[in-house]
Design a protein around this ligand. Sequence first.
Ligand code: DC
Length: 230
Amino acid sequence: MSTKITIAIDGYSACGKSTLAKALAKALDYSFIDSGAMYRGAALFFYRQGHVSEEMMDIEAIERAIPNLDLSFKIQNTKNCLYLNNENIENEIRQVYVVNIVSKVATIKKVRTALVKQQQRMGENGGIVMDGRDIGSVVFPNAQLKIFVTASPEIRAQRRFTELRQKGIPQSLEEVQLNLTKRDHIDSTREESPLVQVQDAIVLDNSKLTKEEQLEWALEKARKIISSMH
Ligand code: DC
């Protein structure tokens, strides 16, 4: 049996991290966890409780509510879906009102601590591909393969715009661009585990690569590491 490694994929919003992580996990028969979905799920939960909106955020109330936050992934029709208690929230967490508050919620230290703990538990046996902002730096600092994905801001905005359109979520290209710029800023300047490119990460600029080319690139890196471990 081949050794199962841990793969961390980090990068800015909308640069195709989840698409690559999902494809890589499938090719290697590993599990895939979209950690951004968990921050979105947490944001949705606190929003519904009235603790956060675009205009306000009650950090103390959020911190008190953390023990009641119950997020889990379940397979639904071969798709890995995020559940909040018993509700499938996979579509709801992609809505604009969640997108607009999630970076704020992700700055709260106690929220991060709770989610990181759960993420580490999910990956304790290896054989996992997880994507996010702090996977190589905080969640799995010992991951055998760390990839930092980048793409030009214009290409990222265009990709996210097309994706939202396909999902029937109305937002103009300008609104998408503005949201991405805002999120990039919050994610990379926050005090608590900001988005950083760790020293041992390999950079993948996918501005001009197809999904297939990216997968091929990542698979080659992963297979090399796996075979060196025998
Ligand atoms: O990857 P995404 O767009 O679904 O992430 C949603 C938000 O969650 C994003 O603004 C940054 C935050 N996030 C984070 O702080 N740490 C992670 N590991 C993943 C996401």
